[in-house]
Design a protein around this ligand. Structure first.
Ligand SMILES: NC(=O)c1ccc[n+]([C@@H]2O[C@H](COP(=O)([O-])OP(=O)(O)OC[C@H]3O[C@@H](n4cnc5c(N)ncnc54)[C@H](O)[C@@H]3O)[C@@H](O)[C@H]2O)c1
Length: 365
């Protein structure tokens, strides 16, 4: 990601939306780590937090997942720090569309960046991880494709069993080009300059063939970057069998969503995965959130892994142009896992609070 060239404000206004389940626990962990970082910055920067109560409980009280004027209120902030949305009492498509997707689409956060980080001290089921340093990043088209929200349901009048639903994917040339160009620019900042494009263009002959054509055209502008085009099923296998060949993986909304979960599971757990929903033009606030959901099965027990949320906070620092601080935070996460302070999902016994405290301690090193 590129740093904002404009002068860095010393005080960052951040909208926190913990939302549901473990979202509240991991956002609290991320906030305390960021506040510790700011406290140690000698006044160089600080964070001004405003928390919004939106989510499934708010829905039960008001019938909406967020306030009607929610986007208007959020647009005043430098960034949004998000937990996770979804609870068994609200249908998933209502909670997701009513809050998270409303923010992503309302603020045109068209690039979703999801690093796959293998941490020291965390055993991966991927044997190659024991010998190679694995680290790649999934760039997800975040505004259209399979999640464009086009379609409808009809024929309910035909009676039970007669209804029909159409869910269409939408691929625009502009949408493909901007995310693919973003992936190439990101590849230029990495040690291995390579972009792997993922589609299913053998079976999906319209949108994904357009994607492939745009990929070839954009690639011609980046002769210094290695490329490959891989079908999504083959890429799933490659994540497991030859991950050392990956650097930047760019894919459509649905394909990248699935692949990035696979990547973080290979790295050890979904609880590790960080992400940034970027509006690269900076016309709107970008949103930073762990990849995982609200985990109702472990919510409220104090055992959620905070590393995905803390890693997302590091991506937010990078977005503010505080790259050195972001690096410091990522090193503190690695020092924590290397020292064996692991939460339950990584085979350890540390609570959310203990992992968070260990990360804060490691910031001092
Ligand atoms: N970005 C989002 O807000 C988002 C993403 C995915 C799912 N969801 C929603 O979350 C709800 C639950 O969905 P799900 O169960 O499919 O996915 P999930 O990510 O909530 O949970 C999947 C599994 O991973 C574990 N897990 C997740 N986060 C963890 C953490 N921080 N530490 C330790 N273990 C963790 C859970 O315990 C569970 O076993 C649904 O309502 C779904 O719609 C929201």
């Amino acid at each position: 990601m590129t740093a904002d060239p404009s002068p860095t404000p010393a005080r960052y206004r951040i909208a926190a939306i913990p939302a549901d389940g473990v979202g509240a626990e991991v956002v609290a962990a991320g906030r305390s780590v960021l506040d510790a970082l700011a406290a140690g910055s000698g006044g160089a920067f600080s964070f001004d937090w405003t928390e919004f109560p939106w989510g499934s409980r708010y829905y039960a009280e008001t019938g909406a997942m967020m306030a009607d004027d929610g986007l208007d209120r959020l647009k005043e902030f430098d960034a949004i720090y998000f937990g996770a949305v979804g609870w068994p009492t609200v249908p998933d498509h209502i909670s997701l569309w009513g809050l998270r997707l409303r923010v992503c689409q309302g603020f045109d956060q068209w690039a979703n960046v999801r690093p796959v980080r293998f941490l020291p001290g965390v055993l991966s089921p991927l044997r190659a991880a024991d010998r190679a340093e694995l680290d790649w990043v999934v760039v997800r088209e975040n505004s259209e494709g399979e999640y464009a929200g086009f379609g409808g349901r009809n024929f309910a009048g035909r009676g039970a069993g007669g209804e029909v639903a159409v869910q269409s994917s939408v691929f625009t040339e502009t949408g493909c080009e901007r995310i693919i160009r973003f992936a190439f620019d990101l590849a230029r900042t990495r040690e291995r300059r390579k972009v792997s494009s993922v589609t299913k263009s053998n079976a999906q002959q319209y949108g994904m063939v357009l994607w492939d054509e745009v990929f070839r055209r954009v690639a011609a502008d980046y002769p210094d970057v290695e490329t490959e085009s891989v079908l999504v099923d083959a890429m799933a296998a490659k994540f497991v069998l030859r991950p050392e060949e990956l650097s930047v993986v760019v894919a459509s909304n649905l394909n990248a969503d699935i692949l990035s979960d696979l990547g973080s599971a290979l790295a050890g757990s979904l609880g590790l995965a960080a992400s940034a929903n970027l509006n690269p033009e900076r016309a709107w606030p970008s949103m930073f959130e762990p990849v995982h959901g609200s985990a109702p099965d472990i919510a409220g027990q104090g055992v959620a892994n905070p590393i995905g949320a803390v890693g997302s906070a590091a991506m937010m620092l990078d977005h503010f142009g505080l790259s050195e601080q972001a690096g410091r935070l990522n090193r503190a996460i690695a020092a924590t896992t290397a020292a064996g302070v692991l939460p339950r999902d990584l085979g350890g016994r540390a609570s959310t609070a203990e992992v968070t405290a260990a990360i804060i301690d490691a910031l001092a090193d």
